[in-house]
Structure formats: structure tokens, C-alpha cells
Design a protein around this ligand. Structure first.
Ligand SMILES: *Cc1c(COP(=O)(O)O)cnc(C)c1O
Length: 464
């Protein structure tokens, strides 16, 4: 393995050629998973003492491994939460890999951190956050929620001056909150008190107030965070951020907004009002790898006051002391160490693909792409409403549509879904709504057209 090895130059050509072909592909293949046995039969053992060689390994990836992965950027990938990275962001992801940059500290990664911070500042400005705001890109919403909630608990304990250091905290979240919130509570050994949602699945201020007033005095003191969702994953519903913000300010409780999927729409004027109140949150997250057109993996975690994150997360060690000389105690902190504000240390400059794409296209292009997906979601909702064998179950807040195929059993939904994937038509999976199996579209790809929906909806005419 030598830098001037002709074999490496050859592999670089081949890998770049494949990558550029994949980036230019239109349409991309949908593809589908294969079983372990099928893969083992075709691929065999690739890790050997002598190596199988880069040519063979790359060919196996191209011919077998990559086609056994569903392309999240396929316009008819409408299951879970897809992604639709811009060409610019994907190209720059390659540049980041080639650059050997460590972006845990300002000392080592100042240039990368500076650029990442400008992308974060765009999000902070969209939210109306003050100058004290700042954050970091972490691997995903799960890591972002955990880091924000650890910071929330840290501030709660700090304010109590040691009195609550051994008290188990409580976070209040709705039943519609993402599973990662319960997982964060599990990791933190904290409790989640669920607040009931309205019939649309939305958490409002009254429900939060009722939960708070129902707690004993000692339990009330244990509450360190209230979590709202800015676009629930199953239904795309935005909680009453403004009302919940008011309660959090009045009660002095950390307000965290999980917007992994939905907060991308902050840049879309047609739905911006749904997020009123976000300017009073203490922290929020949004995943660029979901609806902000960046590749995996990327979650923007933004604190209203970056020092809340720093106090909770800075790692101290002899070999790291040199990094903590010039920290401001309050106010804007421009030369922050990205490692210091989340639950991590070494990190890839995973915010740079978003930064490069934003710098390339400008923020207006993001607004336009976002409005394109919202428009097609509204048109698809209208198409569902117009078909007698379908029933739209919820008027969409954002770009998730949940609907019933009248008369189908759970098995029929599953058979239809399997058939769609196996024939390369679409990737749509059933979900449940109030205990009933139904269908769900999640639309984040500006390349998804009404023609795609017409084909998919037509296929629902035939019972599998
Ligand atoms: C997807 C999602 C998460 C988890 O994000 P990952 O990046 O998959 O870890 C958390 N919250 C919400 C609302 C989500 O939609």
C-alpha cells in the first residue's frame, strides 16, 4: 500500500468512475435485499490473509452488494424516511473522505468546523435563535436527541446546586415521539412520562399542562425536559410548539424539539407557521440525511446556548487539555471544539456535504426544493381523496400521507408491498394507525412526481 502504487491509481479510476456513474444515474435502480444465504453463495469469503484484490472487491460491490441495498434516493422509495442527496453533497462527501480531516477540535479541524458552523447558523437563523446558539453535526437523530437531553439534564442538575445529582430525572414527551426518545431515557436511566395527544396525534400545551399538574411536588421537581416533535415520523404531525414553549418558559424546563424529519421544512414559507415557538426552544435537531438533501449520516444538533452543550459534554483528559485553553464561558463561541457539545469525540466533518451543497446552490434552491416536495405531497393527498377505494386518514401537515385501502387485510397490504418491491415498482411499507394496518407515503425527494403516485395508486386497484 503505497501512495504511488499504480494499482491504487487504477482502483481510484475505477472507484471514481463507478461513483460518478452512480451520481449521474437517472433513474437510479430501486434494488432489493437478498438473503444471507444468497449473498454468501454469490460473494463467498472476502476477508482472507492475502486479500482478494481491490478489483474483485469493487466488482463484487458493484455487481452483488450494492444491488442488494435499496436506493433511498429512488423517487418511489416512499417507506420509512427516504433521502435525496444532491449531486453536490454526494461529490463533496467523497472530498471529505479524501481529505483526512479530524473535526473534533478547532485546533485540528478549524476550516471544516468554520464551514459546518455556517451551515448550522443557517438553521439557527431559520429557527430565530440568538447569537449564543451553536451546535454540531452528529450521526443521526438518535445521537442528536440523546446529546440534547443529556445537556438538558446537566443544566437541571447544575441549577439545583447538587441537590438533584442523585435524583432520577423525568422527561415529558408525547406518545407520538420517536422511539429514540425512549431509548435516550433508557440510556440515561431517566423516566419518560407520556402526554396524551389529540385525535390527530398532536401534542398540545393543555396536555402538557395537565401532565405537569398531575405530578406530585417531588416528581414535578424531577422534570428536566419537555420534548415536542416537529413532524412525527409516522404521521408527519407538528406538535403545538408555541404553546409548549410557553409552558417551558414559565416552568423553567428545557424545551427540546425533535425535528429529525420535519424541521427541514423550516425553510418552506408555506408551512413555516407550524413551527412558531421554535425560537424559544433550548435545543432542536434536524437530519440533513432525511429531508435536507444530504447523504448519510448527518444530524444537525443546535442549542439555543452552545455553552449548555459544552458544560454537559466536554471530555477532560491529560492528552486533551491543550484543546481547552480559550473557551468563552458565555456568549457566542466561535472557535468551539465540535467534540465538546455532543456525546462523541472523534468525528468526521459530516456537515460539509450539506455546507457544500448549500454554498453551491444557495438557500433559495432549498426553499424551492422543499416547496416542490410539499406541493407533490398535497397533490398526492388529493389523488388519494379522489379514489373511492382509498381513504386519506389525516390531512397532511408536511409530506407524510397515511391512508387506508378499503377492504384490505394486513396480509394483503404486506403482499402488495412485497410485490411492489420485488417487481421494482416502488418501496412502500404498511404502518399502523390507531392499531389498524394502513399505508404510508413519506415524500422527501423533489424527483418524485405525480406520475409516480398515479402508477402506485393504480396498482392498489388490484387486490393481491
Ligand atoms: C428518523 C427520526 C429520528 C431518528 O433519527 P436517526 O437519524 O434515524 O437516528 C428521531 N426522531 C424523529 C422524529 C425521526 O423522524
Amino acid at each position: 500500500m503505497h501512495r504511488h502504487d499504480p494499482l491504487i491509481a487504477h482502483l481510484a479510476d475505477r472507484a471514481l468512475e463507478y461513483s460518478l456513474d452512480r451520481i449521474r444515474m437517472d433513474p437510479v435502480p430501486l434494488d432489493a435485499p437478498k438473503s444471507y444465504d444468497e449473498l454468501l453463495t454469490t460473494v463467498g469469503q472476502t476477508i482472507t490473509a492475502d486479500g482478494i484484490g481491490g478489483d474483485r472487491a469493487l466488482q463484487l460491490f458493484i455487481d452483488v452488494l450494492a444491488p442488494a441495498c435499496i436506493s433511498v434516493d429512488h423517487p418511489r422509495f416512499l417507506a420509512f424516511v427516504p433521502g435525496a442527496p444532491t449531486e453536490a453533497s454526494v461529490i463533496f462527501d467523497m472530498v471529505v473522505s479524501a481529505s483526512s480531516i479530524y473535526t473534533g477540535s478547532w485546533l485540528e479541524g478549524a476550516g471544516a468546523a468554520f464551514a459546518e458552523n455556517q451551515a448550522l447558523r443557517w438553521l439557527a437563523d431559520l429557527a430565530g435563535f440568538p447569537n449564543s446558539a451553536g451546535g454540531v453535526f452528529v450521526s443521526g437523530g438518535t445521537a442528536g436527541n440523546l446529546s440534547a437531553l443529556i445537556a438538558a439534564r446537566h443544566r437541571w442538575r447544575l441549577r439545583a446546586g447538587g441537590r438533584l445529582d442523585r435524583v432520577r430525572g423525568i422527561m415529558i414527551a408525547s406518545g407520538g415521539a420517536h422511539s429514540s426518545v425512549a431509548q435516550a431515557a433508557h440510556a440515561m436511566d431517566a423516566d419518560v412520562v407520556a402526554a396524551p395527544t389529540d385525535e390527530r396525534g398532536r401534542l398540545d400545551a393543555d396536555a402538557v399542562a395537565t401532565v405537569l399538574s398531575g405530578l406530585s411536588e417531588s416528581d414535578r421537581e424531577r422534570v428536566f425536559a419537555i420534548i415536542a416533535t416537529g413532524g412525527t415520523t409516522n404521521l408527519g404531525v407538528v406538535d403545538d410548539l408555541d404553546g409548549i414553549a410557553r409552558i417551558c418558559s414559565a416552568e423553567n424546563i428545557w424545551f427540546h424539539i425533535d425535528g429529525a424529519y420535519g424541521l427541514a421544512a423550516l425553510c418552506a414559507p408555506s408551512v413555516r407557521h407550524l413551527f412558531d415557538g421554535i425560537e424559544r426552544a433550548d435545543s432542536f435537531i434536524v437530519d440533513p440525511h432525511k429531508w435536507l438533501f444530504a447523504p448519510y449520516d448527518s444530524c444537525a444538533l443546535v442549542y439555543r446556548n452552545i455553552h449548555d452543550g459544552r458544560r454537559a459534554h466536554t471530555q477532560r483528559a491529560e492528552y486533551l487539555d491543550v484543546l481547552h485553553g480559550g473557551e468563552a464561558e458565555e456568549g457566542p463561541w466561535h472557535e468551539m471544539n465540535p467534540a465538546d457539545v455532543a456525546h462523541h469525540l472523534s468525528r468526521r466533518a459530516r456537515g460539509l456535504p450539506l455546507w457544500f451543497s448549500l454554498a453551491t446552490h444557495g438557500t433559495r434552491a432549498y426553499t424551492e426544493a422543499m416547496e416542490t416536495t410539499l406541493t407533490v405531497a398535497r397533490e398526492a393527498a388529493a389523488a388519494i381523496r379522489s379514489r373511492p377505494n382509498l381513504e386519506l386518514l389525516l390531512e397532511p401537515d408536511l409530506s407524510i400521507l397515511v391512508f387506508r385501502r378499503i377492504g384490505w387485510t394486513p396480509e394483503q397490504y404486506q403482499r402488495w408491498s412485497d410485490d411492489q418491491l420485488n417487481t421494482g415498482q416502488s418501496f412502500v411499507v404498511p404502518t399502523s394507525w390507531k392499531g389498524e394496518t394502513v399505508l404510508r407515503f413519506c415524500i422527501v425527494n423533489p424527483r418524485t412526481t405525480m406520475g409516480d403516485f398515479t402508477d402506485i395508486l393504480d396498482s392498489l386497484d388490484t387486490t393481491p
